[in-house]
Design a protein around this ligand. Structure first.
Ligand code: IPE
Ligand code: IPE
Ligand code: MG
Length: 246
């Protein structure tokens, strides 16, 4: 699989909706947290695989704004899993050239979580092999509303003219200001929806859906998705013949 991937045509940025942990656990007669714990193994493998093939940005949807509405024990379990994983893995990320970022409403996270994340972001700040972006307490509607508020404030402060608000200004006020848009978005576990993930940034992304539940997803599955992406024609509104001329 790896040899089939064209290194010249890699997506720079891959975004993944890691779905299906609960169903994976249920199929095994276990509780949902068991699925989330196994999902961590997939995260490690996919981060490793991304760095191996040379993907520069990997965004993982780990917890949505809507996920706060899950049963309290699941939410607490997920926060604890996040903290223990970050604590355990920060040094490995550092050694492997991975830089950690978080997008989302960080203020809504419990303080012990926030501290751990800030520390890991600091420790890995010098790295540039792979940028790993965790979407935590993230939703696109939150992000777009937040960006609008920031832009309105700049106008009110006379720092920005309304006529100068363009796509670039808007982009700069999103949580993803420092990252290029994903070219490939993967969702595991068979659901065909976006669930409030990167609505603006995915405008021209190629979407890839697989029935594999997240805890079963490995780097080989990522490579398969990349290969599938490489066989698509990205027209950006043009017609096929125009692309062949260029
Ligand atoms: C994804 O798996 C992980 C999170 C949303 C945190 P789910 O927990 O959504 O698993 P399913 O979709 O119920 O199987
Ligand atoms: C989306 O999965 C959020 C994450 C993977 C973190 P969900 O399982 O929460 O999405 P819905 O509710 O099925 O749309
Ligand atoms: Mg789900």
């Amino acid at each position: 699989m790896l040899d089939l991937i064209d290194k010249q045509k890699l997506p720079k940025h891959v975004a993944i909706i890691m779905d299906g942990n609960g169903r994976w656990a249920k199929e095994r007669g276990k509780d949902r947290l068991f699925g989330h714990q196994h999902g961590v193994i997939s995260v490690k493998d996919v981060v490793e695989g991304s760095a191996e093939i040379g993907i520069q940005y990997l965004t993982l949807y780990a917890f949505s704004t809507e996920n706060w509405n899950r049963p309290e024990n699941e939410v607490n379990g997920l926060m604890e899993l996040l903290v223990t994983t970050i604590r355990k893995e920060a040094e490995t990320l550092k050694e492997n050239g991975v830089r950690l970022f978080v997008i989302g409403d960080m203020e809504s996270l419990p303080p012990y979580c926030l501290n751990e994340l800030n520390e890991a972001m600091e420790v890995t700040a010098g790295n540039d092999r792979l940028n790993l972006i965790l979407a935590l307490s993230y939703s696109s509607k939150w992000e777009i509303t937040h960006a609008t508020r920031k832009i309105a404030q700049q106008v009110k402060n006379n720092e920005l003219n309304i006529a100068d608000i363009n796509e670039d200004v808007f982009r700069q006020n999103l949580a993803t200001a420092d990252f290029p848009d994903p070219e490939l978005m993967i969702r595991t576990s068979g659901e065909h929806r976006i669930s409030n993930f990167l609505l603006y940034q995915l405008a021209y992304a190629e979407l890839y859906f697989t029935h594999t539940h997240w805890p079963d997803f490995r780097k080989e599955n990522l490579f398969e998705a990349v290969l599938n992406y490489q066989n698509r024609e990205r027209r950006f509104g043009k017609i096929s013949e125009q692309l062949k001329q260029a």
